[in-house]
Design a protein around this ligand. Structure first.
Ligand SMILES: O=C(O)CCC(=O)C(=O)O
Length: 278
């Protein structure tokens, strides 16, 4: 196996996720070949064993997130930033960007992306696109939370739907957990996002506990710890919206812009309809 290839020498091993140590191990497997023999993925870095689509799918489902380094060319990110600058100067808010042609195109490209496409359910549609633009000048933090709301066309009366709200003219609802479990968020890093840029921090495996109370969320975070998701421009992070996540204020001067797409099934239950689907 030549040095640097990321194909598994054998993919017959079993994955084991040890909650107490927060580590993921591939057992009885020659590992993902680097040309030097046995190698196992290191969950702390999430590097080394996770570049094969099947393994990423496993990470997304079981650990709640999967990283795809260098998923997009820098030129794509720069074009996107220019298009966003033009679009956002003409509109209020940065939550519902799927009606911006460049965002709509990128959503389609993500669905067809060789590494990301296999992580999305068949027939998935993009239902939301938000720009998170953080810098020392436009600074904010988000406390530990799960993403529980989805953008819909209109209110419906259904006992399993709650938490209705309206933001930037769009209606949001908290649907049943079963709906939230079908969703995938895809975060496209348009800038480098290092420790001092206020990166996302996630609690591995927390998405598997359904909707969590504030107390349960804190307890799980204290037990499992947090993983900082640093990234370079062009890297993509796929995650389950139910995973506990948070982020701190940026210390660095440079911008940290992330386009956050939400993908879901074409049809919703409970009489709900997406606000927009691409
Ligand atoms: O990008 C961030 O720092 C936070 C994003 C966030 O809170 C969210 O996706 O719900």
């Amino acid at each position: 196996m030549p040095k640097g290839t990321d194909r598994p020498t054998t993919n017959s091993g079993q994955w084991k996720y040890d909650q107490s140590s927060n580590r993921l191990e591939l057992q009885n497997c020659l590992g993902v070949g680097d040309g030097f023999g046995k190698m196992r993925p290191d969950f702390v870095t999430n590097r080394g064993g996770c570049s094969f689509p099947v393994e990423r799918r496993w990470l997304l489902d079981e650990v709640g997130f999967a990283e795809i380094p260098a998923a997009l060319d820098h030129s794509v990110c720069m074009d996107m930033l220019a298009a966003l600058d033009r679009a956002i100067s003409r509109r209020a808010g940065s939550r519902n960007l799927l009606d911006v042609a460049a965002c709509e195109r990128l959503a389609t490209n993500l669905k067809n992306h060789a590494q990301l496409g296999p992580l999305l359910p068949r027939g998935a549609v993009a239902v939301q696109c938000t720009l998170f633009d953080k810098s020392a000048w436009r600074n904010w933090l988000v406390a530990l939370h799960q993403d529980l709301s989805i953008p819909v066309q209109e209110r419906v009366s259904h006992p399993e739907c709650s938490g209705w709200s309206e933001k930037e003219g769009v209606v949001y609802v908290q649907p049943p957990v079963a709906v939230l479990q079908t969703l995938t968020a895809v975060r496209v890093h348009l800038d480098d996002c290092m420790s001092d840029n206020g990166p996302l921090r996630v609690v591995s495996g927390s998405h598997r506990h359904g909707r969590l109370s504030a107390e349960a969320a804190t307890a799980l975070r204290d037990l499992s710890g947090e993983r900082e998701c640093v990234a370079h421009r062009g890297d993509v992070l796929a995650m389950r919206p139910l995973i506990l996540h948070a982020s701190s204020k940026a210390q660095a001067r440079g911008p940290r812009r992330v386009l956050h797409f939400l993908f879901g099934p074409e049809e919703l239950p409970c009489g709900l309809r997406w606000h927009c689907a691409v």
